[in-house]
Design a protein around this ligand. Structure first.
Ligand SMILES: Cc1cc2nc3c(=O)[nH]c(=O)nc-3n(C[C@H](O)[C@H](O)[C@H](O)COP(=O)(O)O)c2cc1C
Length: 233
C-alpha cells in the first residue's frame, strides 16, 4: 500500500488543514508518504469529451501534471489523503478539478446498486484506492457547513472514504492547549485508521466539535482581521 498526501490549500505549507493532516499521519506511523501540493501543479479542467472511455481508454487527452498521479493510482494500491480548506461549503476548485479528472479510472458501464444508487465501476477492479478527507473551515462549526460536501463524498466514494472535518481553522496553528488536544485526537484517528482501516464515529464527531468556545473564537477572528486591516493602511 502506498500513501499519498495531496494538499489542496493555496496556502501550501502554511495551510491550517495541513496541521491536522500531519497529525493524522504522525499517528498512523506510516513511512514513505508521498507529498504533493496540488496548487503547485498544472491541473486542467476535465473537458467532458469522454475520450478516456472511447478513443484512448484509461488515458486523458489533457497533457498535464495530473496524468502521472493517475498512472500512479492505476499501478499501486494507495491511500489518498486529501488535505483541504472548505471553500463555499464545498471542495476548493483545484481539488474538484482533480476529482473530476479521475474519470479515466472508471469504466463507461453504468451500475445501479441494491440501494438504487448509480455508479461507473472502476477500470482497475483489483486495485485498492482508499480516501481520507481532512479539512478545516473558518466558521466555528462543522454542522451546517460540511453537509453538501459530505453528500458528494458519500455518493462518489461509496464507503471508501473517511472524513475528518474540524472547525475554527483560524486557530489551528496556535500553540494553545485546546489546539494541542485537537491534534492529539487527529493522531489518535491516524493510529485507529492504520490499525482498522476506519475511524470510529465517536472520534469523527469529537474532531468536529468547536476547539474553543464559539464566542471566544468569533471575537479572536474579528480582532485578527481588524489588526490585519490596520497593518495595511
Ligand atoms: C474563498 C473562500 C471560501 C471559504 N468558504 C468557507 C465556507 O464555506 N465555510 C467556512 O467555514 N469557511 C470558509 N472559508 C474559510 C476556510 O475554510 C478556512 O480559512 C480554512 O481554515 C483555510 O484552510 P487552509 O489554511 O488549509 O487553506 C473560506 C475561505 C475562502 C478563502
Amino acid at each position: 500500500m502506498k500513501y499519498l498526501l495531496m494538499n489542496a490549500s493555496p496556502q501550501l505549507e502554511g495551510s491550517n488543514s495541513l496541521v491536522l493532516a500531519k497529525a493524522f499521519l504522525e499517528g498512523s506511523g506510516w513511512k514513505d508518504i508521498e507529498y504533493i501540493d496540488l496548487y503547485k501543479l498544472k491541473i486542467g479542467f476535465c473537458r467532458g469529451c469522454f475520450s478516456c472511455w472511447t478513443n484512448s481508454p484509461g488515458q486523458c487527452v489533457l497533457q498535464d501534471d495530473w496524468n502521472p498521479i493517475l498512472k500512479f493510482l492505476s499501478e499501486h494500491d494507495c491511500t489518498c489523503i486529501f488535505s483541504f480548506p472548505l471553500y463555499t461549503f464545498a471542495f476548493p476548485a483545484i481539488l474538484k478539478a482533480a476529482l473530476d479528472r479521475r474519470l479515466p479510472m472508471c469504466d463507461s458501464d453504468i451500475v445501479v446498486d441494491e440501494k438504487g444508487y448509480p455508479h461507473h465501476p472502476s477500470r482497475y477492479p483489483d486495485r485498492i484506492t482508499r480516501y481520507v478527507f481532512i479539512s478545516s473551515c473558518g466558521f466555528p462549526v462543522v454542522h451546517g457547513n460540511y453537509e453538501g460536501l459530505r453528500e458528494v463524498v458519500r455518493l462518489e466514494f461509496r464507503g471508501l472514504a473517511t472524513e475528518l472535518y474540524c472547525p475554527m481553522g483560524g486557530i489551528l496553528k496556535q500553540d494553545a492547549l485546546p489546539v494541542q488536544k485537537r491534534l492529539e485526537l487527529f493522531r489518535w484517528a491516524g493510529g485507529e485508521y492504520a490499525r482498522t482501516g476506519a475511524v470510529s464515529k465517536d472520534i469523527q464527531e469529537a474532531v468536529s466539535q468547536p476547539v474553543i468556545p464559539i464566542e471566544l473564537y468569533t471575537e479572536q477572528a474579528k480582532q485578527s482581521f481588524a489588526k490585519r486591516r490596520k497593518s495595511h493602511v
